[in-house]
Design a protein around this ligand. Sequence first.
Ligand code: BES
Ligand code: ZN
Length: 395
Amino acid sequence: MKNLLVVSALVLSTAAIASPKTQWLTVDNEVLARVQSKMPNKSAQALFSNSHASVVELNQAQIEQLSEVIHHELHRCGGFITHETYAEAELALTAQGDSQFAQKALFSDYDINQKQIVVPMVASVQEASIREMIIKLSDFKTRHYKTDTGVKSSEFIRDTWAALAKNRSDVKVELVSHKGWPQASIVMTIQGSEKSDEIIILGGHADSIAGMFGGQGRAPGADDNASGIATITEVIRILMEQDFKPRRTIQFMGYAAEEAGLLGSKDIAAGYKARAQKVIGVVQFDMTLFKGTADKDIVFMSDFTNAAQNEFLGKLIDEYVKVPWGYSKCGYGCSDHASWTANGYPASIPFESTMGDINGKIHTDKDTLQNAGGDASHAAKFAKLGVAFMVEMAN
Ligand code: BES
Ligand code: ZN
């Protein structure tokens, strides 16, 4: 054992003297496959791979060669990221690395420069429209993901969103079905006019649950989460009313089966990652109805979320909503934002209260509009934030 240690130490130090300092790169697999044969001395061999990218070890001169080959062969820049250590490079290609990246990386410059569009939109948020949609959704006996009314409630959301978009040929509203349960998710897409490959998402879960045997009883889910879907519906209503044409692509989502373990959003977010789609911002509205905390109107869960995007949303509140906001923690992946984070995308959840002040009626037949204050004035603040986020991020 002792001898072995000495030998490896010798090899290490010899390598350090003999070859110039190397770096570890994570390289897109398609890029690597195209350029590998053009690299001298069989450099750029994969040391570790996942389905999208590989780790290769190169010195500075080889990195420059790689850049040149990529330029020459693919007529593009980049295609790789450099790392100081092998461990860091490998981590970047694992699920844990995806989640860390999603929470820490910068995905946008987070500029506020759309005031002329956002200010009038924010002024047109209607509490009554949100309230009406909450009532319609909580009138379904249950929106449980395995029930017939759960299926019908998703179709109702699809129809409501499609009706708001009826004059727009650049907007589509679809049901996305899942393997393993009958309730579909709802996805509305406004195609971006300039950077259509870059996507901004506002979502919330469409299902509800109550009691131990979720599917059987009455589950109005007014706060959890008719309120989130109704808040998103108000954002859609305003963007359609103003005939807003985004530069980036915008999507609104109602996820199926969140209450059963984030099932719908996991399925959807994994698909975006598998297709290497560029999602540059995700916001989750899950519970916007009940004002549980006296001195804070909007509370960002700081765990399983992107720190820079959370701060940006706080700035948007200061600029456009002008209500007090703060931070709290779920302590676990408590809603669909966590599915996006796990797949490497930046996500936030602006929530109705701190974790200590939550609505105690959720997941029971008492989760009603009346029991959460009787009107949607708290949710209206979230609709304003939603409009501001979508317009500022999309343009
Ligand atoms: N809306 C809740 C999450 C929530 C509750 C967030 C209270 C903050 C405060 C969500 O619908 C839910 O119930 N999530 C589950 C977890 C999920 C993985 C099944 C939960 O919290 O038990
Ligand atoms: Zn919920």
